[in-house]
Design a protein around this ligand. Structure first.
Ligand code: MN
Length: 152
């Protein structure tokens, strides 16, 4: 995992987003969901792996209950510092529009889960304000994943 793609896409003399660097992993891995009012409103799910935030763009509101399946498109890894970012990405920049934190907390990988998204499907327990409980991310193809809350 690397921040090369993240940094290549951004002009840090124009965007207030953090340039970031790969950090020491948190004691409890964190997650954050950004509400991103870009050309189209979407939610960015970010999960910490190895001092970086693996990221997925979710076109609809994150699932709070089982039975709702959401498409989640894998996007470039973000720096851990991005977990605190809120602000406005100016017009003419990648992802232009308002970004705010929709939910934030920690997560735990569950037994049977892959260790990271490079290795396969993820099962994890979210401890956030809005999202709590067991969630699954299934890799379908290329950048496409399915994200849903598990029944048990
Ligand atoms: Mn986004």
């Amino acid at each position: 995992m690397t921040l090369e793609e993240y940094q290549k896409k951004r002009k840090f003399d124009q965007t207030p987003e953090p340039k970031g660097k790969i950090k020491k992993p948190s004691k409890s891995p964190i997650f954050v969901i950004h509400e991103h009012h870009a050309s189209r409103l979407h939610y960015d799910l970010r999960l910490e792996f190895a001092g970086i935030l693996a990221s997925w763009a979710v076109p609809k509101e994150p699932p709070k209950t089982p039975g709702i399946k959401r498409l989640a498109m894998r996007t470039e890894d973000h720096p851990l510092d991005y977990a605190n970012f809120e602000g406005i990405i100016p017009e003419g920049n990648y992802g232009a529009g308002k970004v705010k934190i929709w939910d934030k907390g920690t997560f735990q990988l569950l037994p049977g889960s892959a260790k990271n998204p490079q290795e396969g499907n993820l099962e994890f327990f979210l401890k956030g304000d809005k999202l709590k409980g067991k969630y699954v991310l299934i890799h379908t193809d290329d950048k496409r994943w399915l994200w849903f809350k598990s029944k048990n």
